[in-house]
Design a protein around this ligand. Structure first.
Ligand code: NAD
Length: 473
C-alpha cells in the first residue's frame, strides 16, 4: 500500500525557487548560501510569483511560464509573498495547494528554551493538517437574505491519505504518539468519517500511541500543555517552517509573511525559510547536509547569536543582521549544540503513496428529501400547514428545522428563527422512493408559491441513514 519515491542523491536535484516579496529575497539569499556551504546537491531555477505578477493583472499571482517550471521540477522552495490590498486577488498558496494536489501541510513547532524566550519550554509538536478538502473546498452560497452556507466536504480517499501520511511521518521520524482532533460530537458524519478512518488506519501502526480529542479540548490542551503532544493530525510567526506535500509535488516555505515594514533592512530572521529548506533536503534524501545545517543553526541559537526578533538582552550574546546570522551558521557547520538536542536524521520524510482501494459500493436507497426554503414569515406551523397542502401520498412532511434546530412539530417559541428553513420529507410507506417522486413534490411546493433554494436527497446506505437528525427536543 505504501511506497516511497526513490531519488538519486549523487546528481544535483533541480528545485524551483521563488525569492518572493518583502523580506523574501534577503532570507532566500541567506538560506541558499547556507545550503551551498553545507554541500546540498541541488540546482535552483528561479521563478517570479507574487506581487509583481498580481499587479500585472494575473489574478492567481502565478504566470503561465512559472507553472511550467514548477511542474517540471516538482520541488519548490518559496519565499513569502505579498498579496496586494483590494479585491480580485486569489490566494497563491491555496491555488498551489489545490492545483498541485498538496494534500498535507506539515508544521513542526518546537521551542528552543532557554535560548529563545518561550512560554512553553518543552514543546516539540508536529501538526499535520489536511489542505484540500473540508471547508477548504470553499463552496459557499448565499441562500436567503439572512443565511449563507459553506459546504464541508470530506472524502474517504482524502481522509485516508492525510491520516496515512501522519502515521508514516510519525514512524519515519521516530515519533511516539499521534493525536487526532475533530469536531465529530457535532459533525457526526463528516468528522465522524475522519475519526473512524483514524482508528482504521491507526490499526496498521500498533507501535504508535493514538488518541482522539474533540478539537475544542485538544486546542485548549495544546495551548496549555503542548508537551502532551507529539504528532497531531487535523483538518506562529518566526522560526516555523511549513511543508506542503502531494503525491508528485512538494512546496516548502516559512510560516511568516513578507514583512514589508522591515524589507531591505537586513534585519529579518531567515530561520523559518531555512528550517523549511532543511525539510526540503530531507524530502530529497539529503540527510547529511540537512543535519549539518540544523545542528549548526542550533549551535548558533545556543551561542546567543540572534536576529532582532528573538534578541533578548538577558539571553542573547550578540544581535546580528540577516546575512551575518547566515555567516554565523556557515562558520558553525560541522559543530553540534551542547545543550539543545542535536539532530541525527536517519531517513528523509519522503513521500507517501497511499493507494485508495474503494470499498464495494453500498446499496443506496432514496428515502426522502430535505427541501431548503426561503420564507420571511417566521411561523413554522403556518409553513408546515402550507407545505402539507402540497404533500403527495408518497412523501410525508416529517419535520422543519431552522439552522439545524427542530421548530416543527412541537417547536419552542423561544427558538430564534431566520428566513432559511429545512423541511424534511420522508417516504410515507417506509419504502424507497424514486427521484420522480421528489420532482413531483417540488412541483407541488413551487405551485404553492413557496421558494425552494436547494434540495438534498436523503439516502440510506446499506440500510443506514446517510443523513443526520435535527438537534432539539
Ligand atoms: P508577516 O508574517 O509578514 O509579519 C507579521 C510580523 O512578524 C511583522 O511584525 C513582521 O515584521 C514580523 N516578521 C515576519 N517575518 C519575520 C522574520 N523573518 N524576521 C523578523 N520578523 C518577522 O504578516 P503580515 O504583516 O500579516 O503580512 C504581510 C504580507 O505577507 C501580506 O501581504 C500577507 O498577505 C503576506 N503573507 C504571505 C504569506 C505566505 O506567502 N505564505 C503568509 C502570511 C502572510
Amino acid at each position: 500500500m505504501v511506497q516511497f519515491r526513490k531519488m538519486n542523491v549523487k546528481n544535483p536535484i533541480k528545485i524551483t525557487i521563488a525569492p518572493g516579496d518583502g523580506i523574501g529575497p534577503e532570507i532566500m539569499e541567506a538560506t541558499l548560501r547556507i545550503l551551498q556551504a553545507a554541500g546540498a546537491a541541488i540546482e535552483t531555477e528561479s521563478i517570479e510569483v507574487g506581487e509583481r505578477a498580481y499587479l500585472s493583472g494575473i489574478s492567481s499571482g502565478i504566470p503561465p511560464a512559472a507553472w511550467e517550471t514548477l511542474r517540471r521540477n516538482k520541488i519548490f522552495l518559496k519565499g513569502p509573498i505579498t498579496t496586494p490590498q483590494g479585491g480580485g486577488y486569489k490566494s497563491l498558496n491555496v491555488t498551489m495547494r489545490k492545483v498541485l494536489g498538496l494534500y498535507a501541510n506539515i508544521r513542526p513547532c518546537q521551542s528552543y528554551h532557554p535560548f529563545v524566550a518561550t512560554k512553553h519550554p518543552i514543546m516539540d509538536v508536529v501538526i499535520v493538517r489536511e489542505n484540500e478538502e473540508d471547508l477548504y473546498a470553499g463552496i459557499e452560497h448565499q441562500q436567503t437574505d439572512e443565511v449563507i452556507q459553506c459546504l464541508k466536504l470530506i472524502s474517504k480517499p482524502g481522509t485516508e491519505k492525510i491520516i496515512r501520511y501522519a502515521f508514516e511521518y510519525a514512524r519515519t521520524c521516530g515519533r511516539k504518539k499521534v493525536s487526532c482532533f475533530t469536531k465529530d460530537n457535532i459533525m457526526k458524519l463528516t468528522d465522524g468519517l475522519f475519526h473512524k478512518t483514524f482508528s482504521k488506519i491507526g490499526a496498521d501502526y500498533p507501535e504508535i500511541e493514538q488518541e482522539h480529542l474533540i478539537v475544542d479540548i485538544g486546542a485548549a490542551r495544546l495551548a496549555d500543555t503542548p508537551e502532551q503532544f507529539d504528532v497531531i493530525v487535523t483538518g506562529s510567526v518566526g522560526l516555523g517552517g511549513s511543508v506542503n506535500i502531494g503525491h508528485n509535488f512538494a512546496l516548502f516555505e516559512a510560516i511568516h509573511g513578507s514583512a514589508p515594514k522591515i524589507a531591505g533592512k537586513d534585519i529579518a530572521n531567515p530561520s523559518g525559510l531555512l528550517l523549511a529548506a532543511i525539510q526540503m533536503l530531507l524530502h530529497i534524501e539529503q540527510e547529511k547536509p540537512a543535519a549539518l545545517i540544523q545542528n549548526a543553526w542550533l549551535k548558533t541559537i545556543e551561542d546567543g547569536i540572534h536576529t532582532a526578533d528573538i534578541y533578548h538582552p538577558n539571553i542573547s550574546r550578540e544581535q546580528v543582521g540577516t546575512q551575518a546570522f547566515a555567516d554565523a551558521i556557515i562558520s558553525r557547520l560541522g559543530k553540534q549544540p551542547s545543550q539543545l538536542k542535536p539532530v541525527a536524521f536517519q531517513q528523509g520524510i519522503k513521500q507517501v503513496q497511499h493507494l485508495y482501494v474503494p470499498e464495494k459500493p453500498a446499496t443506496k436507497d432514496l428515502v426522502g428529501v430535505d427541501l431548503f426554503i426561503s420564507n420571511t414569515n417566521r411561523n413554522a406551523s403556518e409553513l408546515a400547514g402550507n407545505l402539507k397542502k402540497s404533500t403527495l401520498q408518497k412523501l410525508d412532511l416529517k419535520m422543519i428545522t431552522n439552522r439545524g434546530t427542530k421548530v416543527w412539530p412541537e417547536g419552542f417559541p423561544e427558538t430564534f428563527c431566520t428566513d432559511h428553513w429545512r423541511c424534511r420529507f420522508t417516504a410515507a410507506a417506509k419504502q424507497p422512493i424514486y427521484y420522480q417522486d421528489v420532482l413531483d413534490l417540488m412541483e407541488q411546493v413551487n405551485q404553492q408559491g413557496i421558494e425552494i433554494i436547494k434540495t438534498e436527497n436523503l439516502y440510506n446506505f446499506d440500510g443506514v441513514p446517510g443523513f443526520t437528525a435535527a438537534q432539539g427536543q
